[in-house]
Design a protein around this ligand. Structure first.
Ligand code: SF4
Length: 391
């Protein structure tokens, strides 16, 4: 089946066709949500009922990179003289080398702090339920509900990847992260997907929940870079990352977008499937991310190209330990570190099994966290409107 995406189209045409919202692959209601950071209700565009669905992957005619003869260029990036970090590594062959190293780690998988040790190269699945070394994608589209410096006018080129190593009981994206709703995609097609997002005018390639697929992502990135990808890579992660893996991503990722979910290990163990070392591992990971990319500071046009952007989701009854987290950030990172304090927690999935997290956050709870962040001197806060929140 052919769609309007089969032909070259301008960004304006694309937005007109899709209602300026998004395109979607086969899933009815989940594509606006990141499991870790849903767009703010105040800023999220509701999916248009006329949104055009991309056909199933088997019929998607995204061009294969192998057939792409002319490197694709995004004019606004080219004009700014921006060069993503991974291009240098690609030129020297180091990008491919890193991909091979990450790939080899799947033989006794330790791509994430679960360190299952299963042989994914022989098709085994570990705690994350990723199907061996096969990539499964749920959706891809220009996303207009992400942080404003990532969205601009063209949207963030978001790719939702299935499964998850953290498996939170309140996950809003559980169909993707835990039921694994998606489709298998060869790496060539995955690379072509990145190129297509660039072609329609997205400002970055935003991998949602990349941790357990990092080896496959970097392998596909080699193909995409070879065929003209020039957009910054956003690593949109739960924050629960091994330092050894982050070191292999050094010089590949341009923008780290980690959550800092919990301050207390009892909480992370309780709500994220026994991940009791989440606070300790995430603190170390965030420091390493900052070492690699520094403070996120957009150039004049306001579109972020490099840096660390932290997300924190305020939860009911201070389950997340939000004020402690703000204090830690202020003490351990520059005061102008970008911090998005998110207000949109909504009980989903198994959250109703836990009375303390079975309601929304109140206005008072949210404001308290914002005030604490300001008191400790954080100056680059992304604060969401809270007029709609319950008193
Ligand atoms: S990525 Fe999956 S298989 Fe590998 S260590 Fe983590 S949970 Fe286990």
């Amino acid at each position: 089946m052919n769609t309007h995406l089969d032909n070259k189209i301008t960004r304006r045409d694309f937005l007109k066709i899709t209602g300026g919202v998004c395109i979607q692959i086969g899933l009815p209601s989940i594509f606006l949500y990141s499991c870790r950071a849903e767009p703010s209700p105040t800023s999220t565009a509701t999916p248009s009922s006329t949104s055009t669905a991309i056909p199933s992957p088997t019929s998607t005619t995204i061009p294969s990179p192998a057939n792409t003869t002319t490197p694709v260029e995004t004019p606004d990036q080219a004009n700014l003289g921006f060069e993503p970090a991974y291009l240098k590594l690609h030129e020297t062959g180091e990008l491919e080398n890193r991909a091979e190293k990450l790939w080899a780690i799947m033989e006794s998988c330790q791509l994430c702090p679960r360190e299952c040790g299963v042989n994914r190269l022989e098709g085994m699945s570990g705690f994350c339920h990723s199907p061996g070394s096969t990539l499964v994608v749920s959706a891809h589209h220009p996303h207009f509900g992400e942080e404003r410096p990532l969205v601009g006018t063209g949207g963030s080129g978001t790719i939702f990847i299935t499964h998850c190593n953290l498996r939170c009981v309140f996950c809003q994206n559980w169909e993707i992260s835990q039921a694994g709703t998606g489709y298998e995609l060869p790496l060539d097609d995955f690379a072509a997907m990145m190129l297509r997002l660039q072609e329609v005018g997205c400002h970055n390639i935003n991998f949602v929940t990349p941790t357990h697929y990092s080896a496959l992502i970097v392998k596909a990135l080699v193909i995409a870079a070879q065929n003209g990808l020039r957009l910054p890579i956003v690593y949109n992660t739960s924050g629960w990352e091994r330092l050894e893996i982050l070191e292999l991503l050094d010089g590949i990722v341009d923008i780290y977008l980690p959550d800092f979910k919990y301050w207390d290990s009892d909480m992370s163990a309780k709500y994220s499937s026994g991940a009791e070392n989440y606070p300790e591992v995430t603190k170390a990971a965030i420091l390493e991310m900052h070492r690699q990319v520094g403070v996120a500071k957009p150039p004049k046009d306001g579109i972020m190209q490099r840096g660390l952007m932290i997300r924190h989701l305020v939860m009911p009854n201070n389950v997340a330990g939000s004020e402690d987290i703000m204090e830690w950030i202020a003490e351990n990172l520059p005061k102008d570190t970008y911090v998005n304090i998110m207000a949109q927690y909504t009980p989903q999935y198994k959250a109703y099994d836990y009375p303390e997290i079975s309601r929304r956050v109140t206005r008072e709870e949210y404001v308290k966290v914002v005030e604490r962040a300001q008191e400790v001197g954080l100056t680059n806060l992304d604060i969401q409107g809270y007029w709609w929140m319950p008193e």
